[in-house]
Write a protein that binds this ligand. Structure first.
Ligand code: FES
Length: 116
C-alpha cells in the first residue's frame, strides 16, 4: 500500500518518548482527530471515532494485551490492524507511524480512484 507521510513531530533526545509509555493521547493532523498510542515504546495511530457508536478512542486506554479500549462500551481493538478483538465485528482505521532521523511521520493511505 502507498502512503502519504506527514511529519507529526521532530526527533527526540535519547530516552524521550512522544507520549508516556502505555498511554493514549489525542493527535490532530490535517484536520483529522486521531488517537496516538504508545505500547511498550511502539507507536500506533487510528481514527479517534469508534466505529461502534462514536466513542472517543483518543480518550481510551491500553489493556494488558496491548489493545486499545474504547471508553464508551469498552470494546477492544488491535493496535496494528484496527480489528475489534471481542468478536463484535467492528474495525477502526489505523495509520502506521514511522520514526526517521529527523522525526516521526504518520502514513495516510493513498486512495486510488479508477475511472472507466
Ligand atoms: S462506542 Fe466504542 S465500543 Fe461502543
Amino acid at each position: 500500500m502507498d502512503y502519504n507521510w506527514v511529519k507529526i513531530a521532530g526527533s527526540l533526545p535519547e530516552g524521550k518518548e512522544l507520549i508516556a509509555r502505555n498511554t493514549v493521547a489525542q493527535l490532530l493532523v490535517q484536520g483529522k482527530r486521531l488517537y496516538l498510542a504508545n505500547f511498550d515504546g511502539g507507536y500506533y495511530a487510528g481514527d479517534a471515532r469508534c466505529p461502534h457508536a462514536g466513542g472517543a478512542m483518543d480518550k481510551g486506554w491500553l489493556n494488558e494485551k496491548g489493545q486499545i479500549v474504547c471508553p464508551l462500551h469498552r470494546f477492544c481493538f488491535n493496535l496494528e490492524t484496527g480489528q475489534n478483538t471481542d468478536g463484535e465485528g467492528f474495525s477502526v482505521q489505523t495509520y502506521p507511524i514511522r520514526q526517521l532521523p529527523d522525526g516521526f511521520y504518520i502514513g495516510f493511505p493513498v486512495r486510488k480512484w479508477w475511472f472507466w
